[in-house]
Design a protein around this ligand. Structure first.
Ligand code: NI
Length: 191
């Protein structure tokens, strides 16, 4: 397994890749896709984070990995401090998604303080449907249909946004978004 470099918004070339719309995986899940997912998971654990889309390591295919540890179905509050990017995983519970599609969204909304490995050290509140139904292919390439709530619902919607070239800061006001990017740039220059 290889750790991949995570693209970040402070770099113009990286940002251009992060803005791409990822393409569907054709012809099923192969060993090549599984090797990519293994790399992505290790990269995500090392960061550490709880979700990663392939485009964040520069591969614009509709592939996501996630590990919510034991917080999978736990009830959430907006003040929960376990946002992406500062996750500590007590118990590994990896999930793999190829060609995920959301088939239903609840009218009920939920606001959560999100973060992103491509926007390091920035956290802000994003409102999304509280529950979604989705279908995808798993690591073995088998079709799965599920309903997601809690942290799972937040995370899968955040990661699926990446497949459309959308970052969580794109859900914020333009002012907040610009301020987030300049903060990340400033931190990168200081490092
Ligand atoms: Ni993200």
């Amino acid at each position: 397994m290889t750790l991949r470099r995570i693209l970040t918004v402070d770099n113009a070339a990286d940002l251009a890749v992060l803005k791409r719309i990822s393409t569907p995986v054709e012809g099923g899940v192969t060993d090549e896709h599984r090797a990519l997912m293994d790399d992505m998971l290790e990269t995500m654990y090392a960061a550490p984070g709880i979700g990663l889309a392939a485009v964040q390591v520069g591969v614009d295919q509709r592939i996501i990995v996630m590990d919510l540890g034991d917080r999978d179905v736990a009830p959430l509050s907006v003040n929960d401090d376990t946002a992406e990017g500062e996750a500590e995983i007590a118990q590994r519970n990896p999930r793999y998604f190829v060609n995920p599609e959301i088939t239903w969204k609840s009218e009920e909304l939920f606001t959560y303080e999100e973060g992103c490995l491509s926007v390091p050290e920035i956290f802000d509140a994003v409102e999304r449907p509280a529950r979604v139904k989705l279908r995808y292919l798993n690591y073995q390439g088998q079709p799965v249909e599920e309903e997601a709530s809690g942290m799972y619902a937040v995370c899968i919607q955040h990661e699926m946004d990446h497949l459309e070239g959308v970052l969580f800061i794109d859900h914020l006001s333009r002012l907040k978004r610009d301020r987030a990017i300049s903060k990340v740039k400033k931190a990168a220059r200081a490092a």
